[in-house]
Design a binder for this molecule. Sequence first.
Ligand code: 26V
Length: 808
Amino acid sequence: MELEKREFQRSFIEMVQALHGRDIADTTAREQFLALAMVVREYTGRKWAAAVHPAVSQKQVWYFSIEFLPGRLLRGYLFNLGIYELCVQALAELGIAIAALEAEEEDAGTGNGGLGRLAACYLDSMAALGLGGHGCGLRYRYGLFEQRVCEGYQQELPDDWLKDGYYVWETRRPDEAVIIRYGTDEQVLAVPYDIPVTGYHNETVNTLRLWSSEAVPSQGCSATCQEAIAQKRRCQSITDSLYPDDSTSEGKTLRLKQQYLLVSAGLQSLIKNHLRHNCLELLPQRVAVHINDTHPALAIPELMRLLLDEYGWGWQQAWEVTTATISYTNHTILPEALETWPVDLFSSLLPRIYEIVHEINERFCRLLWQAYPGDWAKIAQMAVIADNQIKMAHLAIVGCYSINGVAKLHTDILKHQVMADFYHYTPEKFNNKTNGVTHRRWLMAANPGLAKLLSETIGTGWIERPERLEELLQFRSDAAFQEKLAAVKQLNKQRLASYIYGKYGWKIDEHSLFDMQVKRIHAYKRQSMNALHILDLYNRLRENPSLDIPARTYIFGGKAASGYYKAKKTIKLIDTLAQLINRDQTIQDKLKVVFLENYNVSLAELIIPAADISEQIPTASFEASGTANMKFMMNGAVTIGTQDGANIEIGRLVGTDNIITFGLSANDVLQYYRQGGYNPWSVYQSDHRVATVMEQLVNGFLPVPPDEFKTHYQSFLQEGDYYFVLKDFAAYADAQQQAGELYRNRCRWLSMSAANIAHSGYFASDRTFAEYAAQIWQAATGQNSAELYSGKTITQMKACSSSGAAYL
Ligand code: 26V
């Protein structure tokens, strides 16, 4: 962008005055941030207006997701406009540190974890590749709770991210509001708030459209004022809060209301837009609707309803268009996470939608009867409605033309285990799209030191084509390069250490090995196995204080769902270990444990670039893909991981020398389940280290009442250790030992680190998204998508799609 520093400064100063009626010297950092954001909005706004992405030239993708987890956006906007450096200097001359303004931005926490963050990464890639791809989500009044940890116990505070009444990047569009109907006579207004999504160094500006619920204005008239206010509040409350993914009981109706509002509003608005330039029959040629997990699966019956009731189509034609428009990604095989809705609740809230789902089910079962005559068991198993429950995954599979998993193993498990019946019935629908993360945020913005080193070493080609990071392989053993790589890591470790010191007053050894596990706290992710190993290491150090191991700092972060008792106890366990170990002088500072509160996107950006080791240790088969694993490798961390999700693909790419893999395979785990599990007491009896740490959980050794970790003890020993923590313990301890030894061999370690960076290009979301674009979103056009994508570079893809030809 051709923009002079002076001009930028002038705009900024004028904006400060215009917005706040104050001179710069009298403004707070927040006020300065708001002014800077307004300047950025001016630049992007102009481009947004010019980027007419009306359906004329390109097929438009709408990515429907109940969660988007964008984090802070300022730096990305500046990067994309190509004015970050200019802005840093311009502000510095005015005596302002940009970091101070960046810190003033709210971290939009409108997602739980991987699924929401993935949606945000894809938006970034779609804009970067110049394709018309937009997000459709909800504008939650409160994001995921803010976490504090008091004496080891998680406390949850509301994330009041809209306390100023508005979000700095959004534009409210009341003229595009639509009506949503529930039950027989309930109506609310869905109002869209649009956020521009800019592409990196290009002219594309897409839209993230978040819907907020309000009262329909005319409805207030019939009630008394008091009643009208109460009614208004009830309407607004629909989009009040984001559900923590594993909340089970309360608020089921509200959650269903949210899901329906999202899809009904999204579809109504995209159809309206489509009809400005096209006839409805062309919908699948012009628009792809992608549903991120089953939360937006009501898009299927809702699109049917719109076509049948609003546009008067017949069933057959409506079904053909619907099933050629919508595609679906599955993100988990955890049975407790597969959504179902009780028929009673569903049919009273959404009677017409229920009728349509019922009809979909009837017709589907008839087809099944033709395919499997007499096989009642199979038909009952595959039905969309069974046992008075609506199975959302089944609805999604029946109503979508494409179903994908998020890593190869996960897709295989879907095809051959969890959804095997569906795979045999319609194998052509199933495919894999291994996840990716945007290297612009997770490498360029979060780790500018590394980005600079990479560009100095291999040129800047990797920025547009991340797969070119492979060119780094030739430097991996180069001593000069290795020293620079080590220096970058050291600075990032110092940056994190000073954050920790500033926030908690804890001094951590910047020269120790930083071993990180940051992610949602869940039994299957096995933070507890990491904790038990730390306890074991501590035991060994106490026995032999001169044990020759590199000093280690174990860093944890992550939120536990509010109703998840055991996950909260795991936080307490980690905190307890920190209390015990960090104070113990006898182990000569060889071991430290830190739990960082309120893990979110901004904190991840600080933590991940500082990691030496990335812990990716779920019970094999449980983690569909994982995406933190990709962010860590991109920043040069070495993975200790199980053979699960995308870890397997990371391992295949970097080779066995550059990853530390351990533990049961998915097949082993599934085999054990088929046999009814395993006996954890046998491990207890044969491995004295396991026996010791198990007893220490409950015998008063830890500085807590002896029953504090009784549930952990019970689940490991008395309840069959469902997640194979004890079974994998010895292999995990070996892997840790091996990691320590490798770390000591500095050249070897740096070469491993470089190899991980070099192979991370495959996990850039540009690659994933290009696969979706070529293989799924235009598959509806009947083109041979495999041919379209195979062997094509992203640039070729881009050329292909910007002409529009590939989509028509
Ligand atoms: C939901 C629930 C709900 C009930 C109780 C337990 C539970 C556990 C997990 C979930 C997550 C559902 C969907 C999800 O977020 N999946 C994540 O998607 C990421 C992006 O594809 C992927 O990297 C993660 O492996 C996957 O867990």
